[in-house]
Write a protein that binds this ligand. Sequence first.
Ligand SMILES: NC(=O)c1ccc[n+]([C@@H]2O[C@H](COP(=O)([O-])OP(=O)(O)OC[C@H]3O[C@@H](n4cnc5c(N)ncnc54)[C@H](OP(=O)(O)O)[C@@H]3O)[C@@H](O)[C@H]2O)c1
Length: 352
Amino acid sequence: MKAIVCREFGPIEKLRYEDLARPVPGVGEVLVEVHAVGVNFTDVLAVEGRSQLKRNFPIVPGVEAAGVVLRTGPGVTSVKPGQRVLGTCISGSYAEEVIFEEHEVFRIPDDMDMRAAATFYVASMTAHYALHDRAKLQPGETLLVLGAGGGAGLAAVQIGKALGARVVAGASSEEKLVLAARFGADAGLQYPKGPLDLAGQKELAEALFTHTKNTGAASPVEVKISSVRDASGYHVIFDGVGGTYAEPALRSLSWEGRYLSVGFAAGVPKVSLGPILFKNAVVMGIQPAEDIIRQPGRSPEAMERMLGWYAKGLLRPDISAVFPLRDAAEAMRLLAERKATGRVVLVTDRAG
Ligand SMILES: NC(=O)c1ccc[n+]([C@@H]2O[C@H](COP(=O)([O-])OP(=O)(O)OC[C@H]3O[C@@H](n4cnc5c(N)ncnc54)[C@H](OP(=O)(O)O)[C@@H]3O)[C@@H](O)[C@H]2O)c1
C-alpha cells in the first residue's frame, strides 16, 4: 500500500510517498481502507520533530481518516467488513490502509460523506471535550475562540453556539473572520499576524475587552486590573494559538473565567499568573486523547452528541482544499504557513 513516510525529522518537503507493507489487525483492532484523511496541525509538529508525543521511525503521519472496514482482529464486535467508518489514531492515517483500535472507530451516518467524516473526529472531539467536559460552558456565557477560522477553532465556534454561548471569534485575517461568522460567531476581532511585542499585547487585550459585556458583579475594592473592577471579560477562552496571544487572552478573562490551553500553533506561551490570581480564574490543559483512554465510554457519549449536532446542521466541517495523498506536503504547508481555512483533506486512489 502507498503511504506518506517520514524517515527523519525535518521540513515537510522531506516526506516521501512510498510503498509500505499492508498492516495486519491484531486483537481489538480494525483495518480500514482509507478514502479520505483529515490534515491537522499536529501532523506538521509530528514530522518536524516538535510533537510532545514520542514516535519511532519510520513515521506515517496522520491522526484521523475515514474509509471502509477491510478486516477486523479477534474480539472486535462493534464494526464489520464493508462498513463505512471514521476513526482516530496516534499516527498512521496518511496511508491507503490504517489500523484503528476498536474504541477509536465510529460508523459514519448515511448523510455524511467521506471527506466530512475524515475531518469530523479530532477537531470536534477536542472542542467538545474542552468546552463541554472541561469548561462546562453555560448558555448565555461569552466564549472567545482564538484561531477561529482554523479546523479546531471553527469546531469550537460551532460547539460554543450549540451550547448556547455568545461566541467572539479571533483570527488573523478578514477571510477567517467571515468564515467564523458564517458558522455562527456573533462577533469577530482581527488580530495582527504577530509575534506581538508588549505594546501589541496590551493593545490586543484592550481590543478583546471591547467585545465583552459586563458579566457579573463589579469588585467592591479598588484593584488595578480593569476587568476585575468592572466585571467584564470572557467566561471561557479556547486558545489553540498560544504564543504571544496567550497573555492578552488571559488578561481578557472574566471573574472566575476558564482559559483552555488547546495548542501552540504560534509557539509555547510564557505568561504571567497575575490575571489568574486576581480574577479567581482557572487555566485548563486540554488533552482529550489521553483522558478518553483513561475514561473509556467518554468518547462514544461525546460522538453521539456531536453526530446529533451534525444531523441538525449545527456542527459541520468546512472543507476548503482537497489534495491527493501523494501531495500531502503541499496540504500540510497550507497549515504550517497559516494559510488554511477550515479543513484540508487528502484523498486516496481507493476513494473511487
Ligand atoms: N489538545 C489537543 O488534543 C488538540 C487537538 C487538535 C488540535 N490541537 C491544537 O489546536 C490548534 C489548531 O489545530 P488545527 O489542526 O485546527 O490547525 P489549523 O487549522 O492550522 O489552525 C491553527 C490556527 O492557529 C493560528 N496560528 C497562529 N499562529 C500560527 C502559526 N505561526 N502557524 C500556523 N497557525 C498559526 C491560525 O489562525 P490565525 O491565522 O487566525 O491566527 C490557524 O488557523 C493547534 O495548536 C493544534 O496543535 C490540539
